[in-house]
Structure formats: C-alpha cells, structure tokens
Design a protein. Structure first.
Length: 89
C-alpha cells in the first residue's frame, strides 16, 4: 500500500518467531496473520512501557513526599550567601 510514512522491516529470527507463536496463542483469532500479530505485540509493548513509566513516576512522587522537609533547618539563614562568598576567594 502506498504511503509517505516510514516503513520498518524485521527479520523473523528465532526470538521473533517465538514471540509471534506466543502471540498466536494469546490472540488465536489472528494466528494466521503474523503481520497483525507483530502489530499487536508492538501495541502491547507500548502499553507496558507507558504503564511502567507511570509506576516509576508515582514511586518518585511518593519518595519526594516521604522526604519533603527532611532537611528543614539544617542550613541556617544566609548559608547560600556565605557559600557564594567563599567561591569568590
């Protein structure tokens, strides 16, 4: 089919063949269309990557919330000015 979009070629290595065979068991209605199975795997991989990214973001936000204010009072008034004055020497 004509398109102006980039095309990608993939060789069916042993690993790719195994992934497609597993996908055919997951989506038996498409077991005879390896191209469609490959697209399904791409979609599922994308979904998993987005979900994992969100889990990591939530964990980071929770860590920030847990440690918020932990250093309150450690650095006194004028600490940064004193530090910067020291750099100029």
């Amino acid at each position: 089919m004509p398109t102006t979009r980039p095309r990608h070629m993939i060789t069916e290595t042993d690993e790719v063949a195994q992934a497609l065979d597993d996908a055919a068991r997951r989506w038996p209605e498409e077991r005879n269309d390896r191209r469609r199975l490959l697209l399904r795997l791409v979609q599922e991989g994308h979904r998993a990557a987005v979900a994992e990214r969100e889990v990591r973001a939530v964990a980071r936000r929770e860590a920030i919330d847990r440690t918020r204010g932990a250093l309150t009072g450690v650095y006194g008034q004028g600490y940064l000015d004193e530090l910067r004055d020291d750099w100029a020497r």
